[in-house]
Design a protein around this ligand. Structure first.
Ligand SMILES: [Zn+2]
Ligand SMILES: [Zn+2]
Length: 376
């Protein structure tokens, strides 16, 4: 059952038009203010649950749509139950956000590698052909400038954790009918480090990192294909207290180009030529990602002929080799002929013999061969 009947947008202090990013930012800010570990306010626990529940609904597009249309009652009918009953420590909240321990924990002296981040760039086939330099905005945690990432207010150090006296763990002794049991768990104050900050940095609150939006420079190599990822070492979140920075992964989406079907580094396209060009030979222009290229049409070219223009496809990511441009030729037969043209064609037909239509010497595939390759 829902634990609050307050309007979720009001709880997070955002408008109904707020973007996913706004929802996340509002929740992050309120969570850091209201978490019972941090806030001394008597109603912090209740308010924190309210905020967590609002986030759980508004951060999910399906739930948000249901709530927008049918309100709390609609969510209950749909079987929604808030799962944020116990979120653990402040750092666990951020772990839930970013998949890793992003901001350490206030007052802790633990260190850890920064999390990875992912971004997406969408490019055209032409851009995939040439490669390009671009920049994408990323929200990342960076080492705090004031404390140089240490989390300690400049001029101060660490002291032994008062909760665990430096052991990093706390023991609890319990008694039941079978005897005495000792349970051990990681110290919640220092996260197992055994020491806490004497005085947390004023700017980052002891986390050693601050969140900033940064533009990440990305070199997209020529020949990249849709769905490939570029790893940028050290482009992710800063680690806590001097630990390694995470990586950024840039997912490349190549927009489909209606003129081509890509097959590895080869590009397939189609061209339609008049039957007279097919019979007499000609030269046509076919599209390629670097502009139109010329294709020689041999006299006696048959429907379904596949012409391969070597080395005019996509560049290969490995080395200097390029794929091929593969052109399937369709022969256009006239659909509207004038009386004059009809007379010419009739005269041609009268003069034609089986020899006129004899297969070309180099056409070793023949009609059925082409049919088979078309079906392959
Ligand atoms: Zn700081
Ligand atoms: Zn401790």
């Amino acid at each position: 059952m829902a634990t609050t009947e307050r309007d979720y947008y009001e709880v997070l202090g955002i408008s109904r038009e707020a973007s996913d990013g706004d929802v996340k930012r509002a929740f992050r800010k309120l969570a850091r203010e209201l978490h019972p570990d941090v806030s001394g306010a008597p109603d912090a626990d209740r308010r924190f649950r309210e905020v967590a529940e609002a986030y759980e609904v508004l951060s999910d597009p399906g739930r948000r749509a249901t709530y927008d249309r049918y309100g709390h009652a609609g969510l209950r009918r749909g079987g929604f139950q808030p799962t944020f009953t116990d979120f653990g420590s402040v750092s666990d909240i951020f772990a839930a956000f970013f998949g890793e321990d992003l901001l350490g924990g206030a007052g802790r002296a633990r260190s850890g590698r920064g999390g990875d981040v992912q971004a997406v760039v969408e490019i055209d086939l032409e851009e995939a052909f040439t490669g390009l330099s671009t920049s994408v905005p990323l929200e990342v945690a960076e080492a705090c400038e004031r404390c140089d990432g240490s989390g300690a207010e400049p001029g101060t150090g660490t002291r032994t954790c008062p909760t665990c006296n430096g052991a990093g763990a706390i023991r609890r002794v319990s008694q039941n009918v079978f005897g005495q049991f000792v349970q051990q768990r990681t110290c919640p104050t220092c996260g197992g480090a055994g020491e806490t900050l004497e005085s947390p940095c004023e700017r980052c609150g002891g986390e050693g990192r601050t969140l900033t939006t940064r533009r990440l420079e990305v070199e997209v190599p020529a020949g990249i294909a849709d769905g490939q990822r570029i790893r940028i070492r050290g482009g992710g979140h800063a680690g806590t207290r001097g630990a390694d920075t995470g990586n950024a992964f840039v997912l490349v989406r190549v927009r489909p180009d209606p003129r081509f079907v890509r097959d590895g580094d080869d590009l397939h396209t189609a061209a339609r030529i008049p039957m007279t060009d097919a019979a007499l030979g000609s030269s046509i222009r076919v599209p390629s990602p670097e502009g139109d290229v010329e294709l020689e049409i041999e006299p006696g070219t048959q429907p379904g002929t596949v012409a391969v223009i070597r080395g005019r496809g996509m560049p290969s990511l490995q080395g200097s080799r390029r794929g091929d441009l593969v052109v399937r030729l369709d022969i256009a037969v006239p659909t509207n002929v004038t009386d004059e043209q009809r007379a010419v064609l009739e005269e041609f037909a009268r003069g034609a013999s089986p020899e006129t239509y004899a297969p070309r010497e180099d056409d070793d595939e023949g009609f059925f061969g082409r049919l088979k390759s078309a079906l392959r």
